[in-house]
Design a binder for this molecule. Structure first.
Ligand SMILES: Nc1ncnc2c1ncn2[C@@H]1O[C@H](COP(=O)(O)OP(=O)(O)O)[C@@H](O)[C@H]1O
Ligand SMILES: [Mg+2]
Length: 228
């Protein structure tokens, strides 16, 4: 069974009298363990697409299946459960909590799930070690570089062991060396832990690091849609 299946997905936003057709009929299948880049210029619909895949927004029409379940037909509780269990998010701009240390930021998703402090701490330290931040666990975000903050966001997304990680422009505002390292880290986790990664980018410098490229323009898939 596919991890994600989209059939003729459309998404409109309504701004007063005006309608924005953000997605104009997207067919997209993503298998488990894939490493997929959604590539397109600003305004092409990348964030909209990722928010639908992550079940944090709803399509205007069409069908979206996650792990074989049609998202539209799930109860709110079931949808929240699916999101919490299966999906880790890396939002554009990191969304780290400024008053918390790197360690506390990464522990947070576990504490929300009711995992004990000591377990949460051990798991968070393990993830921070994996992303190369063992020496920075006590630092608050404002004491970290952009690349280090993005690593904290990755550790936080992974700490719950999701089967799918969704990352919206994970290398935005990073220099090219740091960007390459971030994508390399995601690839290594994809290989080692079989975590599926779907990330958006419009950075041509990253194209050679991608296994599968889905090109989006004006809310439509140009290529890369349904084959690996
Ligand atoms: N909440 C919203 N309300 C109205 N229009 C939106 C909203 N979010 C996105 N859009 C519009 O939808 C289109 C796709 O946006 P988005 O998915 O953010 O693209 P990208 O992430 O590729 O830059 C753009 O024209 C954008 O202005
Ligand atoms: Mg975007």
């Amino acid at each position: 069974m596919e991890l994600i299946e989209m059939k003729d997905i459309k998404k409109d936003y309504f701004l007063g009298e005006m309608v924005v057709h953000a997605l104009r009929g997207v067919d997209l299948t993503i298998e488990r363990e894939e490493f997929v880049a959604i590539w397109g210029p600003s305004g092409s619909g990348k964030t909209t697409l990722l928010n639908l895949i992550g079940a944090i927004d709803e399509a205007s029409s069409g069908q979206l299946f996650i792990e074989g379940e049609e998202v539209k037909k799930l109860s709110d509780d079931r949808r929240t459960e699916l999101r919490n269990r299966a999906i880790g998010f890396i939002f554009q701009g990191f969304n780290l909590i400024p008053v918390l240390s790197a360690l506390e930021n990464v522990m947070l998703p576990l504490e929300i799930r009711g995992i004990s402090f000591s377990d949460a701490k051990n798991r968070a330290l393990g993830r921070l070690d994996e992303v190369g931040l063992s020496d920075f666990v006590r630092h608050r975000p404002d004491k970290l570089s952009g690349g280090q903050r993005q690593r904290v966001a990755i550790a936080r997304a992974l700490v719950t062991n999701p089967s799918l990680v969704i990352a919206d422009e994970p290398t935005a505002n990073l220099d090219s060396v740091t960007s390459h390292k971030i994508i390399e880290l995601m690839r290594a986790l994809n290989e080692k832990e079989k975590t599926t990664f779907i990330f958006s980018t419009h950075d041509p410098r990253l194209l050679d690091q991608v296994k599968r490229l889905v090109r989006l323009e004006d809310g439509r898939i140009l290529d890369g849609g349904n084959e690996k």
